[in-house]
Design a protein around this ligand. Sequence first.
Ligand SMILES: *Cc1c(COP(=O)(O)O)cnc(C)c1O
Ligand SMILES: [Zn+2]
Length: 419
Amino acid sequence: MNFIEENFNKEVYYTGLRCRECSRTYPAEALYFCDFCFGPLEVVYDYEAIAGKVTKQSIAAGPQSMWRYRDLLPVASGSLIDLGAGFTPLVKADRLGAELGLKQLWIKDDTVNPSGSFKDRVVSVSLTKARELGFKVVACASTGNLANSVAAHAARAGMECYIFIPNDLEEAKVVTTAVYGANLIAVEGTYDDVNRLCAELTSERPSWAFVNVNIRPYYAEGSKTLAFEVAEQLGWRLPDHVVVPIASGSQLTKIHKGFEELVNVKLVEPHPVRISGAQAVGCAPVANAFSDQSDYIHPVKPSTIAKSLAIGNPADGIYALDVVRKSGGSCLAVTDTEIVEGIRLLAATTGIFAETAGGVTIATLDKLVSQGVVRPEENVVVMVTGNGLKTIEALAPYVGPTFNIPPTLEAFEAAVTEG
Ligand SMILES: *Cc1c(COP(=O)(O)O)cnc(C)c1O
Ligand SMILES: [Zn+2]
């Protein structure tokens, strides 16, 4: 049921929404759960039609951004809300690989996105879709990075914007949201409290697009572009193993969906990709379920420096767990000390400064290698999803000047010789 978008003569290949539990189908509107079983909805595509149209060449001729994959994204509109997210570097991390004992290690460097995190991918899709569906106001519950990104994209589009955050966020994340002129509401509570409030507000304010509630099926699709880019940057091959940080679990499940779609539309050869999840010990509901071999995610009250991942009751946790298990990956958690060490190791071996979520992923990779889960000869890609400048306070106690000296040659010589 492809339809031709009037103004731009743009064919679209998504056909609607489908319940992830009972497979009932719904039109591509602002719907997010199934009326029959309350399962979450996801976007469905006509892969045969895409395979008939999209080629490696047509993608290469597209923009140097995530929108080069727009035929696999759920928007019809020719007018995108786009700050330039995506097509970020895939960095061959030989020095880090040598440190960890890996022969082929790649860092997907999403710290360089316009607002400094991978959230620009999901927001560019969801705000474009929200405007297309006729919404004038956008809103979100956020652990920080989503707040930054929604505020920035709404500012570009001239959309009114309400952002709800826990009141204990890092200062940089508050400032870099407020600067865009958003209505910023700090809520006394955890992210899970903020999210519950937004769920209630979604029914009170049906004319608002809540990025991670009523338009969540579209939001989630943006994460697939990480998988698309990795495959293209590896020369249209799938990696052996991918390590992904988990907050709600959405990104991990959509990276998996993205790899499957590339096979469906015949852009890559089928190849099993193991997917492993990374969490902080202070908020590890998915890693706990994995190690307990449980099929139920027990919510936790988060306490960790990795605030961007601090979702105690993750909406897609169960689906992320399923992907990890079925793909032959693992899910581990690391301590705050290990997170800081992970940030420093990544910075010192690659020149990439990641926020705490990046520390979680690198420290988890280290553990996965020690446990033999990630194998030395595997082609491994690690998602580094946020910029370190946003979480300076996590590092500040541990790093600083090597020497403090008066401005004389003698003082410098004395300091370096004494060490
Ligand atoms: C939001 C976020 C993630 C992952 O989020 P999911 O909810 O699991 O999709 C990962 N890293 C950073 C830096 C984030 O802000
Ligand atoms: Zn259903």
